[in-house]
Design a protein around this ligand. Structure first.
Ligand code: F6R
Length: 245
């Protein structure tokens, strides 16, 4: 595991964009997974800038959605694919047929979960996944207690995650209670993993992820079982790591 500490959020975003650019240069049809949330917004902005300037191309790349609320249509502002499309997908020029999203309103969620897990494999497996870190250590919607081997899952959000997701939608009562997510079984086969962590309020959980025993109770400790992980944290988020790093 490599831990990169950057002076601030802008340099974290630029560093994350550098990693994606490297992958795309080596493999233009790479399979990517990215999160929604606040942390990756700077990276998306930077990738869009580089794509507009012709430095990188997404036309042949694949994207598999990391997670999605259950039962929230595309017309609803809370649909995570809709969010991702606005801030990233439509801005960098992915080919629509190379983008796989969860159908949040599928008749049978289990069939839908299998379809998305299989799509990642059909594209040749995930080349690089960028992940964010929840305050309770969640990754995607893999909440505490999530098994380390499930390929995908439909999960009930914890009260902590509902409270945290209220940041996006104004109040907790607007936060959907269930989510679909790529599980650790699928994410664990990615060739490279990048965890982005920004801000002082993530310093405690980042220290716990690196220090506590590997356990589903702190889902992101699972990252320590993977061979190729880069954690990119800004100085504020890394504030409680020393003398670890
Ligand atoms: C969202 C996702 C979540 C977020 C995490 C951090 O697609 O996968 O696990 O990455 O909740 O969110 P922010 O970056 O908003 O603090």
């Amino acid at each position: 595991m490599q831990i990169v500490i950057t002076p601030d959020y802008d340099s974290l975003s630029a560093r994350a964009a550098d990693e994606i650019a490297l992958v795309l240069r080596a493999k233009p049809d790479a399979v990517l997974v990215v999160p929604t949330g606040n942390t990756p917004l700077g990276m998306f902005h930077e990738l869009a800038r580089r794509a507009a300037e012709g430095e990188i191309r997404f036309a042949r790349a694949h994207l598999v959605e990391l997670d999605e609320y259950w039962s929230i249509p595309l017309t609803d502002e809370r649909n995570l694919y809709r969010w991702l499309d606005e801030v990233f997908i439509s801005r960098v020029g992915f080919a629509p047929e190379r983008v796989i999203r969860f159908n949040s309103q599928a008749d049978d969620p289990q069939v839908e979960l299998r379809r998305v897990a299989q799509a990642a494999e059909r594209f040749g497996g995930i080349d690089v996944q960028v992940l964010g870190l929840g305050f309770n250590g969640h990754i995607g919607f893999n909440e505490p207690g999530s098994p380390f081997d499930a390929p995908t899952q439909l999960i009930e959000l914890t009260p902590e995650s509902v409270a945290s997701n209220a940041r996006y939608w104004g109040s907790a009562d607007k936060v959907p209670r269930k989510g679909m997510t790529l599980g650790f079984g699928t994410l664990g086969r990615a060739r490279q993993t990048i965890l982005l962590v920004s801000g002082e309020d993530k310093a405690d959980i980042l220290a716990r992820v690196l220090r506590e025993p590997i356990t589903p109770a702190v889902p992101a400790t699972w990252l320590r079982t993977l061979p190729h992980v880069i954690i990119i944290a800004d100085d504020a988020a890394a504030g409680k790591l020393s003398p670890l790093v």
